[in-house]
Design a protein around this ligand. Structure first.
Ligand SMILES: [Zn+2]
Length: 90
């Protein structure tokens, strides 16, 4: 996959991002770590838990990929999410 190493994923919801999807900081510049759904004007748009985010995203994921079952989506996200910047516990 070309440029895969440069692919950015939202560090909150794991969505693959292109530049148009970057969130915005308080001064209106781009935030490359989070997507516009998660991060807007310098703040997270929701302050839910990682579990809530996983539940929400796995539903979206199975809407976009009907061939994927929810169990599979959940399993994948339970692996990815704890590694994302927003949820990682150092
Ligand atoms: Zn996001």
């Amino acid at each position: 996959m070309e440029n895969f190493e440069n692919q950015k994923f939202c560090q909150s919801c794991a969505m693959p991002m292109t530049e148009e999807l970057y969130g915005t900081t308080a001064d209106g510049s781009k935030n490359e770590d989070y997507c516009m759904c998660c991060f807007k004007d310098g703040e997270f748009t929701s302050d839910g838990t990682m579990e809530e985010m996983i539940a929400f995203c796995s539903e979206k994921m199975t809407e976009v990929h009907p061939e994927m079952d929810q169990e599979e989506a959940l399993q994948m996200m339970n692996e990815i999410f704890p590694k994302l910047k927003r949820w990682a516990k150092d």
